[in-house]
Design a protein around this ligand. Structure first.
Ligand SMILES: Nc1ncnc2c1ncn2[C@@H]1O[C@H](COP(=O)(O)OP(=O)(O)OP(=O)(O)O)[C@@H](O)[C@H]1O
Ligand SMILES: [Mg+2]
Length: 294
């Protein structure tokens, strides 16, 4: 039973209660696979050891709509403070209320990094498996940006990262909202063509390089950075911690990813979609690890 509607974000969502827990249902109404993408990304976060919101695939049985559910990051008295509000605190001219969340050139790597240097890491309950040596908010956030490059998440705009305020301290929030990743809205025809083509320009390797982040190099840039360049920029600011994330990524094998994809029910993810998603992830993993070499 819905208790409250969540108006932030673009998808239809409502809050409900599971015992004492405050839960959010995010509907997948557009048929673009945001439910499986959210769940697969969640499992990949777990493989990496990132602090992340835990999502489960779900159905709203009142309206028979598919979606995902997750527990609240901020049960009372905690409060969520989004990236745009944090950036506004450091720069009174930051366009926090801008309706164009993706075209905010003030959403720069240096500005977001500056916010990170002022946050505490997520509280220990969110961090059961951090790599040793990764303990700052900036170092942990670099892991979120590496995840985005791996899963082709183009959606890390300034309301898709946040801090948790406990009345005294601001902690980086776990990573959330990965439903717009993994090229989940391609048609199966296009997936098939990109898997099978001999045309290099259409191939998955070329496709993988085109993913755009929501971060800019500086506020005069006309284009956002690619997801890979965003990662390289953040990694350059926290080189030791970002190397530890790459080591985690390196340890993930094809079979681990395949296993995650195999758990998605067949009516939510076709076999061609599974094949394409595996190839995309392995291609992005290879590109992230290749870039380590000078
Ligand atoms: N687990 C959670 N705990 C607390 N608040 C949450 C949680 N999940 C989502 N929210 C709140 O709801 C907002 C929208 O959720 P989310 O970003 O997942 O949805 P969305 O519709 O996919 O967003 P977008 O338009 O960015 O794609 C978040 O910015 C946050 O304020
Ligand atoms: Mg969102």
């Amino acid at each position: 039973m819905a208790e409250a509607v969540e108006y932030l974000g673009t998808k239809s969502k409502f809050w409900y209660r599971d015992g004492e827990r405050q839960m959010l249902f995010k509907a997948e109404e557009r048929g673009t696979g945001e439910d499986w993408a959210e769940k697969v990304a969640c499992e990949l976060c777990a493989l990496l050891g990132l602090p992340h919101v835990w999502y489960e695939m779900a159905v709203d049985i009142n309206e028979m709509r598919p979606g995902v559910v997750c527990g609240s990051i901020t049960p009372p008295p905690l409060a969520l403070v989004h990236g745009n509000q944090l950036l506004l605190k450091l720069d009174p001219n930051y366009p926090a209320e801008s309706r164009h969340r993706y075209r905010t050139s003030e959403h720069t790597v240096p500005a977001v990094f500056e916010v990170m240097t002022r946050l505490q890491p997520p509280t220990p309950g969110w961090c059961p498996d951090l790599p040793s040596g990764v303990d700052s908010a900036a170092g942990i956030f670099s892991g979120y940006v590496m995840l985005d490059a791996w899963i082709a998440n183009q959606d890390r705009h300034h309301e898709n990262w946040a801090a948790v305020w406990n009345g005294d301290t601001l902690h980086l929030a776990p990573t959330f909202d990965h439903g717009a990743s993994l090229a989940r809205n391609l048609s199966d025809e296009e997936r098939y063509e990109r898997l099978e083509t001999r045309d290099r320009g259409r191939h998955i390797s070329h496709f993988a390089g085109r993913a755009r982040s929501a971060f800019y190099a500086d506020r005069t840039s006309s284009q956002p950075l690619s997801t890979f360049d965003a990662w390289r920029s953040f990694a350059g600011l926290v080189p030791n911690e970002s190397r530890r994330w790459l080591k985690r990524l390196e340890a993930i094998e094809t079979a681990d990813v395949q296993w995650v994809l195999d758990q998605v029910p067949p009516d939510r993810m076709s076999s061609i979609c599974r094949r394409f998603t595996l190839d995309l992830l392995m291609e992005n993993q290879r590109r992230l690890l290749d870039r380590r070499k000078p």
